[in-house]
Design a protein around this ligand. Structure first.
Ligand SMILES: Nc1ncnc2c1ncn2[C@@H]1O[C@H](COP(=O)(O)OP(=O)(O)O)[C@@H](O)[C@H]1O
Ligand SMILES: [Mg+2]
Length: 243
């Protein structure tokens, strides 16, 4: 589904990635973890075409998408969320979904009754059924994150990339988000989840890839990776020290 081959990228001479390899098979839900600044978000930016790869290739669903325009890549069936939710604050929740549905389409932009029902159904599934006419700016952070996630689902993408979907959430809110990802977003889809909350990653992902200073330092089953000495040292150790 996704093949990242030896991707390298630097900013002003400082390497953000050094020869990153990551292959994700159809249907996999892969956790992408690593300390702050290790290159997780930049990797999503490279995959989605927002940040050019200097070297290396990205293949998605059998096509070379390296450095294609973000809207072209999105149309192939790839959607993402951002560390800071990107939603349309001055539109209602339902309007946000309609706007996502019409993005990239040049035809008539009126929502049919069936289309509206589908979006309302999605909102219901995602716990926003009672917020459909609320302005997005009025939503709480967890609700904004949910809305951003539902926006990625309206196009029924093959692959979704989630950048810290539970960032800033309480443990209970985090559990709700994990359930939403497992039961709705990642159902029948391929998914990469960036998250610092290891319990959430463990519950969602059978496989974890760990970045440190822009290099893959571990890639394997969740159980293997969370016992790996280098991972404990680079990531969990530092996190504990900071806590
Ligand atoms: N637009 C940018 N300009 C300069 N440096 C950047 C830019 N984006 C990211 N970086 C640098 O690349 C590295 C990786 O950042 P990032 O991918 O955001 O890490 P993470 O998401 O793992 O916290 C960091 O050193 C960061 O400072
Ligand atoms: Mg990040």
């Amino acid at each position: 589904m996704l093949e990242i081959e030896r991707v390298s990228r630097s900013f002003g001479g400082v390497a953000a990635h050094t020869e990153v390899d990551l292959h994700v098979a159809a249907g996999e839900v892969v956790g992408l973890i690593g300390p702050n600044g290790s290159g997780k978000t930049t990797l999503l930016n490279v995959i989605t075409g927002l940040s050019p790869a200097e070297r290396g290739r990205v293949r998605f669903d059998g096509r070379d998408v390296t450095n294609l325009r973000p809207d072209r890549i999105a149309l192939l069936g790839l959607a993402r969320t951002f560390q800071t939710p990107r939603i349309l604050h001055r539109m209602t929740v339902l309007e946000n979904l309609a706007a996502a549905l019409f993005a990239g389409s040049s035809g008539v932009r009126t929502l049919s009754a069936a289309g509206r029902d589908r979006l309302l159904g999605l909102l219901d599934e995602c716990g926003l059924g009672d917020r459909t006419d609320e302005l997005a700016s009025k939503l709480t952070l967890p609700e904004q994150r949910r809305l951003e996630l539902v926006r990625t689902l309206v196009s029924d993408p093959k692959l979704i990339l989630l950048d810290e979907p539970a960032g800033g959430m309480t443990p209970a809110e985090t559990e709700g988000m994990a359930r939403l990802i497992a039961e709705v977003a990642a159902k029948g889809r391929t998914c990469i989840v960036i998250e610092h909350k290891i319990d959430m990653i463990s519950s969602l992902c059978e496989r974890i890839c760990v970045l440190d200073f822009g290099r893959v330092i571990a890639d394997g089953t969740t159980a293997e990776v969370l016992e790996d000495e280098a991972v404990l040292e680079a990531y969990l150790g530092r996190r504990d020290a900071a806590a």
